[in-house]
Design a binder for this molecule. Structure first.
Ligand SMILES: Nc1nc2c([nH]c(=O)n2[C@@H]2O[C@H](COP(=O)(O)OP(=O)(O)OP(=O)(O)O)[C@@H](O)[C@H]2O)c(=O)[nH]1
Ligand SMILES: [Mg+2]
Length: 319
């Protein structure tokens, strides 16, 4: 058994969504590798206290606005400069802080754009975190069945102009030919905006139609034994069993619903924010909240540990 090291990790975020990486200083294991600032939680310390202490020691700043995010466990093998260990990383977003950043341990700093890393190598435990950070706060779901195709494509163009970065096409009523035609009409306008599109369907179909990813319904999720290659993979979850399956397959994200009552299921009360937050606690993959969501719910969803919100109706009604 290797020892378990608990670590508090600070993801400093600027208003333009860039985040800070630092190089591990000489003299420490994995020197020169890039990481988020942070360090070991000492005995008697909460993860939050450790985060503040490490930020002061390594960066000379005091976080004033923090938000717990995902946790991640990783087994490090022994290397020439470090012993084998298992880490449990507690990631926090740090949205605001007091003081000027200083490299108190001689580390280098690099602010990174979420979709384009320009330093390497990053500590291996962090790979899925980088991927999770590249996911935007809003995930849109198509609603052609209710709106009609013309109105949908118009609303899509508008949302792309407003910064939409992630879209799911979920139109099970279409036959193969109609879906292929729609896919072209959607993928084309999304490309110049770098908006990634996922097909709610099978991985094979998503690849064949040229999608960036696939979104699995819970039935497909539960039948899956391995994450498909070369696709961004998300899945719909409604309970802890499905979330656990999405995590064990190391999917890129899960979508958990219904959080609030919705127009399509007004009789269902929804999980409510409290239970939603409880179900996310300790989870290692990013999650979107779905069900009765509007733009103004983004920050509340994030304060419950979600990456953001998914919307199928409200997003297309926005002018
Ligand atoms: N700070 C930080 N540590 C990480 C990240 N990802 C990751 O796997 N780790 C691991 O978590 C552990 C954190 O240890 P650390 O070396 O930063 O601890 P520390 O600041 O308390 O320094 P110390 O070595 O003086 O005790 C290391 O094993 C490191 O490899 C990350 O993004 N940031
Ligand atoms: Mg450290």
């Amino acid at each position: 058994m290797t020892k378990l090291v608990q670590v508090a990790v600070a993801i400093l975020i600027r208003p333009n969504c860039e985040y800070l990486l630092a190089s591990r200083p000489n003299g420490k294991g994995w020197a020169g590798w890039w990481e988020f600032p942070g360090g070991k939680i000492e005995s008697g310390e909460t993860p939050e206290n450790a985060l503040i202490r490490e930020s002061q020691e390594e960066l000379g700043i005091t976080p004033t606005q923090i938000q717990p995010w995902i946790k991640r466990r990783y087994d490090y093998p022994a290397t020439h400069d470090a012993e084998a260990k298992t880490v449990l990383l507690h990631f926090f977003f740090v949205h605001a802080w007091q003081g000027e950043l200083q490299a108190r341990e001689g580390q280098q700093f690099a602010w990174q754009h979420p979709r384009t890393l320009n330093v390497s190598p990053v500590l291996p435990a962090n790979a899925p975190i980088m991927q999770a950070l590249s996911l935007p706060p809003v995930y849109a779901i198509s609603n052609i069945q209710e709106m009609g195709e013309h109105a949908f494509l118009q609303a899509l163009k508008q949302q792309l102009d407003h910064g939409l970065q992630l879209l799911q096409i979920r139109e099970s009523q279409l036959d193969d030919a109609a879906l292929a035609k729609l896919s072209e009409e959607v993928l084309q306008p999304c490309a110049p905006y770098d908006c990634r599109c996922l097909l709610n369907g099978s991985p094979e179909q998503a690849l064949q139609l040229g999608y960036h990813g696939v979104h699995l319904n819970s039935q497909r999720l539960m039948a899956l034994t391995q994450k498909p290659d070369n696709l961004l993979v998300g899945a719909s979850c409604h309970n802890r069993v499905e979330l656990a399956q999405a995590q064990s397959l190391q999917l890129d994200f899960a979508m958990l619903s219904p959080v609030l009552p919705t127009k399509s299921h007004p009789e269902a009360t929804g999980l409510g924010w409290e239970q939603f937050g409880e179900m996310l606690s300790g989870l290692e993959i990013p999650v979107y909240a779905l069900g009765g969501m509007h733009f103004e719910h983004v920050s509340h969803a994030q304060s419950c540990g979600a990456r953001g919100i998914a919307m199928q109706r409200a997003i297309w009604e926005q002018q």
